[in-house]
Design a protein around this ligand. Structure first.
Ligand SMILES: [Zn+2]
Length: 163
């Protein structure tokens, strides 16, 4: 991934992350400034990742909302259907999913976005979790433990010297 210098004093949002491709020589740069924040990722996937990701036209009925959170300096939300995560717009509280292409669900954003960002910026931002770390809040659900079989008493091995 190309190293993009992002200001360290700013939480990354859809509006600052999903940017049009740099124009080819002699071309007019694309203007995405009128694209609603929640729809930028669809344009970005289409243009930058060369995928067909149609913008949802409706809302998913009775779907779990998505909660915006700050994760390593970026506003993220997770799809409740397929669990993929994406950088979101806290100014346009809709969450679609470019992976499973579901309809919109409400994106729950903090009442005080500036306070949430100021709090996160006051913390060390870089972190990493091992997938097996039991304290990892993002780890997948563990495999269910196999049931413990009651131990059947075994006769002492006659070859084994007895105490
Ligand atoms: Zn999804």
């Amino acid at each position: 991934m190309a190293a993009t210098a992002l200001p360290a004093n700013e939480i990354v949002r859809a509006e600052t992350y999903y940017l049009p491709p740099p124009p080819r020589r002699g071309q007019i740069p694309e203007d995405w400034s009128q694209t609603p924040g929640a729809e930028l990722i669809y344009r970005w996937y289409d243009r930058r990742m060369n995928r067909r990701t149609p913008v949802p036209t409706g809302w998913a009925p009775d779907a779990e909302p998505a909660y915006a959170r700050i994760d390593d300096g970026r506003w993220l939300a997770e799809c409740s259907a397929c669990r993929s995560a994406a950088i979101v717009s806290v100014a346009d509280p809709r969450y679609g999913c470019v992976e499973c292409l579901r309809a919109w669900v409400p994106l729950i954003v903090p009442v005080d976005i500036a306070a949430a960002e100021a709090h996160a910026l006051s913390l060390p931002q870089r972190f990493w979790w091992h997938a097996d770390d039991p304290r990892n809040p993002y780890r997948p659900d563990p495999e269910p433990e196999p049931p413990i079989e009651p131990e059947t008493p075994t006769d002492p091995d006659p070859e084994e010297p007895q105490p």
